[in-house]
Design a protein around this ligand. Sequence first.
Ligand code: 5RP
Length: 224
Amino acid sequence: MNQDALKQAAALAALREVPEDAVIGVGTGSTVNFFIDGLAAMRGRIAGAVSSSEASTARLKAAGIAVLDLNSVDDLPVYVDGADEVTHHLQMTKGGGAALTREKIVAAVARRFICVADGSKLVGRLGGFPIPVEVIPMARSQVARELVRLGGRPALRPGVTTDNGNVILDVHGLDVLNAVELETQITLITGVVTCGIFARRGADLLLLATAEGVQTLHPGGRGA
Ligand code: 5RP
């Protein structure tokens, strides 16, 4: 199976976790695109979706799924999203698609975060994939200096403006020994909107597709 087939298998497995008649949270990326395509076939069974990016909003609408403003929704039973890296504790690096801030907001509201990924995303420790940081443009240089103080090598992602009008610094070389602590440290830098470490609010369930099938992993290490 190639990587796309694995992404699709993980995404389609998440359809079983979607409650009927609910508004659900929908993430961003190529794995989630397969999920949206699967949702299209069952669109009458959900009330609508809250989207984490303009790209996912366009795909949801094209699939005939109603997209709701998060401010009009007080309960999101599930949020389905991919990851750039995920650990056995279901802490993640996200933001490869530059949608990290809206992803973190929707994840904060959701009762369950279901991460969908192919097996290549599972790592022992975060940091191999550079940590994306969304930054207010005028603070770019100052934030970069602070990230160097934390031991990282920030690089401006060329040609990218986020859905919120900001820039992305990708931070290479960070030793993510304590993901919760590093997420907090980076987020507290003035000028940072958010960072792509999702450790304080990790996933509740990981659907990980490998050649052997889709594995179900929980943060406590329970698998199925
Ligand atoms: C977008 C993300 C994506 O979930 C992450 O980049 C994984 O993408 P893909 O499913 O294409 O591998 O965080 O900001």
